[in-house]
Design a protein around this ligand. Structure first.
Ligand SMILES: Cc1cc2nc3c(=O)[nH]c(=O)nc-3n(C[C@H](O)[C@H](O)[C@H](O)COP(=O)(O)O)c2cc1C
Length: 326
């Protein structure tokens, strides 16, 4: 049973991956999608989006950099041109990426207009070509994985897409159990994943709408998957992975308290302070507070306090004050 941290563009960057991985309960992470449009993605873009990768000459250990392990971070590519995606995948693999994940689920209008993400769910032949070319372009030791939704306008293309992906040589498939038209609205149709499991031989990982341990248990029963990918649920409850693992081991688990969460927020602030210019100060923390507020009412109060601030010291002070007051 493995827990995957979902890719979330604009929300889960390498700082957040580092923080959540350090906390524990996560076995694998995936980068935010990296667009492949008119040319192959150059090395510098991979190193910026995924600093867990490093050129061989600079690698701290054999597996990654000080930002984390390239063995447990997959690089996600999004595009529609098989040859450019294949060449990009090869560059990432040479930088140490242990797996290339292909995005066939992004619902963003701009991405879909440019023939990428979920838009390809109606183009099974193209999906097959992208997976096959990627497989051919990277060494056999590099995994090729894919992430799909159940369909574009309706939930009808998941079986043919899943079969095409497996036949093209993918090693794993993550299924976000909704169509593009469903957006992020509940429910997630976990039962469809069970149908996919019955049709293909590669591991299938369930994703979508797992916010609590009870959701995990439900999803596991309906989908037949023990391994799951957690996105918003893990941002709302950063130790949800630990809770699920404790449950699997038959142990009791107590969720993190607000002061413990606030400590993590301070850590994130420190990490981002070095990584982002002042004009973006606090943006990542604010986004995270939005998700945290689902589980911690204190997060709403803190958000209100800092929402207009672009001053790292002010935000730090507010987090400390709010924690002391709790
Ligand atoms: C803000 C946001 C950004 C996302 N970015 C990506 C992305 O870059 N690549 C991807 O495959 N999925 C992306 N997703 C989808 C998630 O990975 C996940 O499939 C979806 O949120 C459902 O899982 P959840 O209910 O656990 O959040 C994004 C979702 C959100 C809300």
């Amino acid at each position: 049973m493995q827990i995957y941290l979902a890719p979330m563009e604009g929300v889960i960057d390498h700082h957040m991956r580092y923080l959540l991985n350090e906390l524990g309960g996560i076995d694998l992470s995936v980068t935010e999608f990296i667009r492949v449009s008119e040319q192959a993605v150059p090395r510098r873009v991979f190193l910026r989006c995924c600093p867990e990768l490093t050129p061989l000459s600079e690698r701290v250990a054999t597996t990654g950099s000080e930002y984390g392990s390239s063995k447990t971070t997959r690089v996600q590519l999004l595009g529609s041109k098989p040859d450019l995606i294949g060449r990009s995948a090869r560059t990432a693999a040479l930088l140490g990426a242990s797996a290339i994940d292909l995005n066939f689920g992004c619902p963003a209008k701009i991405v879909n207009r440019n023939y990428g993400g979920a838009r390809l769910l109606d183009e099974t032949t193209l999906i097959h070509a992208i997976v096959k070319t990627t497989r051919q372009c990277v060494p056999a030791t590099t995994l090729v994985t894919a992430k799909i939704r159940l369909g574009y306008e309706d939930r009808n293309s998941y079986l043919r897409n899943a079969v095409a992906i497996a036949e093209a040589g993918a090693d794993e498939l993550v299924v976000h159990a909704r169509s593009k038209a469903d957006g992020y609205n509940p429910p997630a149709y976990w039962r469809c994943i069970r149908e996919i499991q019955a049709r293909i031989d590669i591991p299938v990982i369930a994703n979508g709408e797992i916010w609590t341990l009870e959701d995990y248990i439900d999803c596991r029963e309906q989908s037949g998957c023990t391994s799951v990918m957690l996105g918003r649920g893990l941002l709302a409850r950063p130790d949800l992975g630990l809770a699920i693992k404790a449950y699997q081991a038959g142990e009791d688990y107590r969720y993190l308290s607000w002061p413990q969460i606030a400590k993590l927020a301070l850590q994130l602030l420190d990490l981002t302070r070095a990584g982002y210019p002042t004009k973006y100060a606090g943006n990542r923390i604010k986004q995270w507070l939005y998700y945290l507020s689902r589980s911690y009412p204190e997060a709403i109060i803190l958000f209100e306090l800092i929402k207009r601030s672009k001053d790292y010291d002010f935000i730090e002070h507010a987090i400390i004050q709010e924690t002391l007051a709790a």
